[in-house]
Ligand binder design. Structure first.
Ligand SMILES: [Zn+2]
Length: 331
C-alpha cells in the first residue's frame, strides 16, 4: 500500500476533500492509529531493496530491526534531504557500494561519530541491483501483504483489547457489573483519577483511611478499611485470607475456592458486591460526612446478594440465618 500510494500522509492522489471525512479518510485514519503488540500497520511494512529507488533511506524498514532515523537520530538531524531514497545514499564508487552522506555539516560530537561507526557496520554488505524494490508486510517481514493477513492481524488486536478478567455476572444488577468493569479499567472517579484529568482537588488521600493516595488499587486492596472488610468476607466464605495486591487479583478470588463452578459464581457475586459497598461507603464518607464501620460494610455485603440470589438464581429457598453463617451452605 505504501509502495503503491507513496506512504503515510500522502494520499493526495485520491479524489478526497479533507474537509469531508468520508469512509476512505476514516479507513486510513483507523489503520494509522491501530496498534497490535505496540506495532502499527506501517511498522510491519518492510522493503527488500533491489534498485533502492522507492525505499526511503531514513524512514522505511529496509535494514536492521528499526527505521534508520530511530537507530541514528543524531545523523538523521544532520541529513539535508530527509526524504532521500536508498539509491541516493548507497552509491557504487567503482570498486564497492559506499554510504554517501549529504550532511548539513561535518561530524563533530562523540554520538555522531559513534553512530557513523554503526553505519559502516550495518551497511557493510548492502548493495543495489537493477531489479525493482519489493515490499512485504507482516510480523516476520517475508510475506506479501494480503487482505487475509491484515484481517488476521486486526482480529488479534481486538482479542488483546478484550482481555478483561471481569465477567458480566447475571445474578448481579447491571449497575454493579458496570462499576466493576469500569474499576478494572481504572475508569472510576477516584481522587487520583480526577486529579489526572485536572479536577482541582486539594487532598488526594483516601477518604476511608486518610493514609495513602486514593486510587483503585489502594481503595480496594491496600486500604486498611478494605482489608478489614476482605478479612471478614474471607472468613464468611470460608476461603481463607483474600490475597489481592491489585484490583485484577480481586477478579480471581473465586479461584481460591475449590468447590466447583456454583461456589465460584457465588464468590464472584460477593467480590463484586464487596467492591461496590466499599465504593458506596467511600462516597457516603465524602458526600454525606458518614463515618463508615467495617461491620456496616459486612452487613450490607451479606444482605444484598441474599436478595439477588433469592430472586435471580435457582437458590430461591435459601435461609437468611444459614446464609449469614456461610453463603455456600446450600451447595
Ligand atoms: Zn484507604
Amino acid at each position: 500500500m505504501e509502495a503503491v500510494h507513496g506512504g503515510r500522509g500522502r494520499w493526495g492522489f485520491l479524489p478526497l476533500n479533507l474537509r469531508f471525512k468520508g469512509s476512505w479518510f476514516s479507513l486510513v485514519k483507523e489503520v494509522e492509529k491501530r496498534q497490535v503488540n505496540g506495532k502499527s500497520f506501517f511498522d510491519l511494512l518492510s522493503a527488500k531493496v533491489r534498485n533502492g529507488l522507492t525505499v526511503k533511506f531514513w524512514s522505511d524498514n529496509w535494514v536492521g530491526l528499526t527505521v534508520l532515523k530511530d537507530r541514528w537520530p543524531k545523523l538523521y538531524c544532520l541529513e539535508k534531504d530527509k526524504q532521500c531514497v536508498v539509491a541516493d545514499r548507497l552509491i557504487w564508487d567503482g570498486s564497492m557500494w559506499r554510504f554517501t552522506p549529504n550532511w548539513k555539516h561535518g561530524l563533530s560530537t562523540v554520538e555522531e561519530i559513534s553512530e557513523m561507526q554503526d553505519v559502516d557496520f550495518l551497511l557493510n554488505n548492502s548493495s543495489l541491483s537493477s531489479e525493482v524494490d519489493r515490499w512485504f508486510w507482516g510480523e516476520d517481514g517475508n510475506e506479501p501483504m494480503s487482505v487475509a493477513s491484515v484481517k488476521k492481524w486486526i482480529r488479534k488486536g481486538t482479542e488483546v483489547l478484550r482481555d478483561h478478567s471481569m465477567i458480566w455476572e447475571s445474578w448481579v444488577p447491571n449497575k454493579v457489573n458496570l462499576f466493576i468493569w469500569r474499576a478494572e479499567m481504572d475508569r472510576i472517579p477516584t481522587k487520583e483519577a480526577l486529579i489526572r484529568i485536572h479536577v482541582n482537588i486539594q487532598d488526594d488521600s483516601c477518604a476511608l483511611c486518610n493514609s495513602a493516595t486514593e486510587n483503585v488499587m489502594h481503595l480496594f486492596t491496600g486500604c486498611y478499611f478494605a482489608c478489614g472488610v476482605w478479612s471478614a468476607v474471607g472468613i464468611w466464605c470460608d476461603i481463607g485470607p483474600v490475597m489481592a495486591f491489585d484490583f485484577i487479583d480481586l477478579l480471581h478470588v473465586q479461584d481460591q475456592s475449590h468447590r466447583g463452578k456454583w461456589a465460584q459464581k457465588i464468590i464472584r457475586v460477593i467480590v463484586y458486591i464487596t467492591c461496590w459497598v466499599v465504593w458506596k461507603l467511600r462516597n457516603e464518607r465524602i458526600f454525606q460526612g458518614a463515618n463508615p464501620k467495617v461491620v456496616d460494610a459486612v452487613a450490607r455485603i451479606k444482605s444484598w446478594p441474599f436478595l439477588w440470589l433469592k430472586n435471580r438464581s435457582k437458590y430461591t429457598c435459601i435461609e437468611w440465618k444459614d446464609w449469614g453463617r456461610n453463603p455456600l451452605y446450600m451447595l
